[in-house]
Design a protein around this ligand. Structure first.
Ligand code: FO1
Length: 312
């Protein structure tokens, strides 16, 4: 069984991981997750990408909303509203329980990776869930008029409506990679970049110098999966960000976001006409259905990704 290290953001990455752990031994899967979306909301430390992965792999995610728990209730938030607190970022009752435990542990001095490992065990995960760093790393968005916003202020507060002129990863330069994440990259038989937004989920991981260096000196294949289908995002602002930051939304634009780190890019059948342009970037195109409509489709995509590595 191959050891697989996966760089992942939230919802798209989580769905891909559900497929992956169905086709390889979860004990051989090491998820290196984005933490640059993390935010302090109502005094609680929220880690959206870690939690999307945790909830999805535990079978507890709200599939339709794409974040938070299924069967959620909002009593705590109703009380927050009544008490005059901030309610722009929706925290459900079930979700809050997790943030309470995480926040208490962080305040007591536990690193995020230690808390996350404990939560992963408690929620029955069999793969390793590794924050990319234990240090403070935060995405900031510069909008086209030049306004600088904290990530969640732009994403949730403004519903990612403002055009993005630049993205900053505050703290990345001095952030130390999580040693277990480095080890996962160094001992993997294969590295996968999940179908996540490169600008919001994958580049903040690669902005940690030790992680980028580990990926650049790897001797094993790295296969990325495109988050765009026919130039559009399945969910979220990826296509709009490719348009404003990379000048287009074709599969070749996605490939260019991964030059130097990926050997192959899995693109959707809708993007087959762009395969030559992907190849021209030096990254091998692999054409396959990439929409993860259900668990079977996600498992099939994981299989294609593993097979692509053999062909690299
Ligand atoms: N996304 C929203 O669009 N609105 C919300 O109110 C919201 C609340 C929320 C609470 C907990 C959590 O883990 C995630 C939440 N998200 C919400 C999603 C999240 O902020 C974004 O999807 C990611 O950060 C982008 O990857």
């Amino acid at each position: 069984m191959p050891r697989v290290a996966v760089l992942s953001g939230g919802v798209g990455g989580a769905r891909f991981l559900r497929g992956l752990v169905a086709v390889v031994d979860p004990g051989n899967v090491y998820v290196i997750a984005n933490v640059a979306d993390d935010a302090e909301i109502l005094g609680l430390h929220v880690s959206p990408d870690l939690d999307s992965i945790l909830y999805t792999l535990a079978g507890l995610a709200d599939e339709e909303r794409g974040w938070g728990r299924a069967d959620e209730t909002w009593n705590a938030l109703d009380t927050v509203a009544r008490a005059g607190g901030e309610t722009w970022f929706l925290l459900g009752d079930r979700d809050i329980g997790l943030h309470l435990v995480r926040t208490q542990a962080l305040r007591a001095g536990d690193p995020l990776s230690v808390v996350t490992a404990r939560l992963a065990v408690r929620f029955g995960l069999r793969c390793a869930l590794l924050p990319s760093t234990d240090d403070r790393l935060r995405t900031a968005i510069v909008t086209s008029p030049g306004e600088r916003l904290a990530f969640q202020e732009w994403f949730v507060g403004r519903r990612h409506a403002d055009e993005v002129a630049a993205v900053h990863y505050d703290g990345a330069e001095s952030a130390r990679a999580l040693p277990a994440a480095l080890e996962a990259l160094e001992t993997a038989d294969l590295v996968v970049i999940a179908p996540s937004n490169p600008f919001l989920s994958i580049h903040p991981i690669l902005a940690v110098p030790e992680l980028r260096a580990a990926l650049e000196r790897r001797r094993v294949p790295c296969v990325a999966v495109s988050p765009l289908v026919g130039g559009a995002a399945v969910k979220g602002p990826a296509a709009a960000m490719f348009a404003s930051l990379a000048g287009g939304t074709t599969a070749a634009h996605v490939a260019r976001a991964y030059v130097g780190v990926a050997d192959a890019l899995v693109v959707d059948e809708a993007d087959a006409p762009d395969a030559h342009a992907v190849a021209a970037t030096g990254i091998q195109p692999i054409v396959a259905p990439t929409l993860m409509r259900d668990a079977e489709a996600a498992a099939a995509l994981a299989r294609v990704t593993l097979e692509a590595a053999v062909a690299c």
